[in-house]
Design a protein around this ligand. Structure first.
Ligand code: ADP
Ligand code: MG
Length: 173
């Protein structure tokens, strides 16, 4: 952690890092895809910009394409694609092998209580050596790091999806 002097506001480096972090997404979002394959391809492009300790929060209804996007991110990181599927019964899928970075894929849909994630040692996934992708992040909003990359996917028709970057406020899914 960087030391912060009282009354001097945020350290300059922090502000610059945030600005750079934000601008890396400006070219990608908002966007629309017209097939699951296109959403996976978008995931691959997202993955190219990800580094260790990044968390990608995927908001959106059932069928919005969160898992398709996660698959693409996995592919972009070099994780065997067939392995990336909704971790519905296990909460977390760890893909430690084969990729540029480990991928931790979390589905909070069935999470009863954020304490379940605390017990699991979520810090290892959120602030670890890999990239963390979270489906249904609204269920664990309070635990998400301030730096989370929040994406909202929404239905625009049968095969059309809008994917945009959103801020933390007012999230419910
Ligand atoms: P979620 O994880 O958000 O519940 P999934 O990724 O599991 O959603 O499922 C998305 C469903 O929508 C899949 O059946 C997929 O084939 C379909 N689909 C149709 N068009 C798209 C698109 N443009 N992007 C992603 N999925 C799409
Ligand atoms: Mg899913």
């Amino acid at each position: 952690m960087e030391k912060r002097e009282k009354g001097k506001g945020k350290p300059k480096k922090d502000v610059e890092t945030r600005r750079a972090a934000s601008s890396r997404w400006e070219k990608l979002f908002p966007t629309e895809t017209t097939s699951p394959g296109e959403t996976r391809a978008l995931g691959e492009r997202i993955a190219a910009h990800l580094t260790a300790g990044d968390l990608v929060a995927l908001y959106g209804d059932l069928g919005a394409g969160k898992t398709q996007l996660a698959k693409g991110i996995g592919r972009g990181l070099g994780v065997p694609e067939r392995d990336v599927r909704s971790p519905t019964f296990t909460l977390v899928h760890e893909h430690a092998e084969g990729g540029r970075l480990p991928l931790y894929h979390i589905d909070a849909y069935r999470l009863g209580d954020p304490d379940e994630l605390r017990e699991l040692g979520y810090e290892r996934y959120f602030y670890g050596e890999g990239v963390c992708v979270v489906e249904w992040p609204g269920r664990i909003e309070a635990l998400l790091p301030e730096t989370a990359i929040r994406l909202r996917l929404s239905h625009q028709g049968r095969d059309k999806r809008r994917i945009e970057r959103v801020e933390a406020e007012g999230m419910d899914g």
